[in-house]
Design a protein. Structure first.
Length: 346
C-alpha cells in the first residue's frame, strides 16, 4: 500500500490535474442523469482533494469553482428551479465554502507533512554524520592505542631488552671468572644468568604482545602462529594455529584487528574457560576471510549469549570496525567457538 502511494506521488502534476478535471466531468454527468432528487455534490470532493494534494492549492481552488459550476449546471439542466435567486446563490456559496475548507485543510496537512519529512531528513542526516564522526573518532582512538602499544614495544626491545642482554653477558663473564676461584659463587652467578635470561624471554613475550610482527601480506599468519605457540607454552596447553592456504590481508589495520580478536579469544579460553586445547584457524570461504578460535573449555556463561562480557564486546566492536561479522557461541561438542568473517577479500 505504501509503495502504491509512492508511485502516485511520483506521477506528473499534469496527470493528476487531468484526472481531477475528468472526475468533475464524470460526477457532473452522473449528477445530471440522476436528476435533482439525488445529492451528488459530495463526490466532487474527491476531485477537489486530488487536485489540492497532488497538484497544488490554487489548482484545488480552481477545481472547487469548477465543481460548484458543474453541480449548478447539471442540476439546472435536470430541471431544478429555485423560487428565489438568493437560494441559488446561498447553495452555491455554502458548497463553495465547504470545498475551500477542504482545500485549506489539505494544504495545511500537506505543509505539516512536508515539514515532518524535512525534520526527519535533517535528523537522519545529523544522526548519520554523528555516527560517522563517532566511528572516525573511535577508529582514531584505536589507532592511537595501537601506535602507543608499538612504541612501548619498541622501547622495551631497544632499551630494556638490550640492557638485560648486556647484563646477562656481564653475568656470564663473572661466572667464568668465579668458576676457577669459587665453584659455589660460580653456581650463584649461574643462577643470576638464568634469571636474567628468563627476564629477557619475558621481555620478548611482552614485546610480541604489544607490537606483533608486520600485519600486511602473510605477516598475520606468522603473528598468529607465534601467538599460539607463545600462549601454549605459557599456559602449558595444546594451542595450535591452522592455515591450509596462504591468506593475504593487504591492510595492516585490518590485520591488526583480526590479530587482537584472536588474541582476546585465546586469552578468554585460557583464563575464563579453563580450556586445555585451543585451535585457531584462518581460511578463505568464498570471498571472505574467516578467523575462528575454538576451545574445549566450560563454554560461554548464559549472560554472554545475550550480551557478553567486556572481552566479547571488545571483539565484536573490533569486528564492526573492519565491517566484519562476529559470532561467539557454544561449540557442538562443548567449549566455545568464536568466528569473525571479513567479506570482500581476495
Amino acid at each position: 500500500m505504501a509503495g502504491f502511494g509512492v508511485r502516485l506521488v511520483r506521477k506528473s502534476r499534469w496527470f493528476f490535474g487531468t484526472i481531477a478535471i475528468a472526475m468533475v466531468l464524470v460526477v457532473g454527468i452522473a449528477d445530471y442523469l440522476t436528476g435533482v432528487e439525488v445529492f451528488l455534490s459530495v463526490f466532487y470532493l474527491l476531485a477537489v482533494a486530488l487536485a489540492s494534494w497532488f497538484v497544488g492549492t490554487f489548482f484545488g481552488v480552481a477545481v472547487s469553482i469548477a465543481s460548484v459550476a458543474a453541480w449548478l449546471v447539471s442540476n439546472t439542466a435536470a430541471g431544478m428551479h429555485y423560487g428565489h435567486p438568493f437560494v441559488w446563490v446561498w447553495n452555491a456559496a455554502i458548497t463553495m465554502i465547504v470545498y475551500l475548507v477542504v482545500v485549506w485543510l489539505l494544504d495545511r496537512l500537506r505543509s505539516l507533512h512536508r515539514e515532518l519529512e524535512d525534520r526527519v531528513r535533517q535528523r537522519t542526516k545529523a544522526l548519520t554524520e554523528e555516527m560517522a564522526e563517532r566511528e572516525r573518532l573511535e577508529s582514531v582512538i584505536l589507532d592511537i592505542g595501537e601506535r602507543e602499544r608499538q612504541r612501548i614495544g619498541y622501547e622495551l626491545h631497544d632499551s630494556l631488552g638490550q640492557h638485560l642482554t648486556a647484563t646477562a653477558m656481564a653475568a656470564q663473564v663473572l661466572q667464568g671468572k668465579l668458576a676457577d676461584k669459587s665453584p659455589t659463587e660460580a653456581a650463584d652467578a649461574s643462577g643470576v644468568v638464568r634469571m636474567v635470561e628468563e627476564s629477557i624471554e619475558l621481555t620478548r613475550q611482552l614485546v610480541l604482545g604489544l607490537s606483533p610482527i608486520q600485519m600486511t601480506g602473510e605477516g598475520l599468519l606468522d603473528a598468529l602462529r607465534e601467538l599460539a605457540a607463545s600462549i601454549g607454552e605459557r599456559a602449558q596447553i595444546r594451542c595450535e594455529f591452522v592455515c591450509k592456504a596462504p591468506v593475504v590481508i593487504p591492510d595492516s589495520a585490518t590485520g591488526m584487528h583480526l590479530y587482537r580478536i584472536a588474541q582476546e579469544a585465546m586469552h578468554n579460553a585460557v583464563k575464563h574457560a579453563k580450556a586445555s586445547c585451543v585451535v585457531v584457524r584462518l581460511s578463505h570461504d568464498g570471498d571472505a576471510v574467516v578467523l575462528s578460535v575454538q576451545d574445549n573449555g566450560v563454554g560461554l556463561p548464559e549472560p554472554a549469549s545475550t550480551g557478553g562480557g567486556m572481552g566479547l564486546r571488545i571483539m565484536s566492536y573490533r569486528a564492526a570496525m573492519i565491517r566484519a561479522t562476529f559470532a561467539a557461541q557454544r561449540g557442538v561438542g562443548g567449549g566455545t567457538l568464536v568466528t569473525c568473517a571479513l567479506r570482500g577479500q581476495p
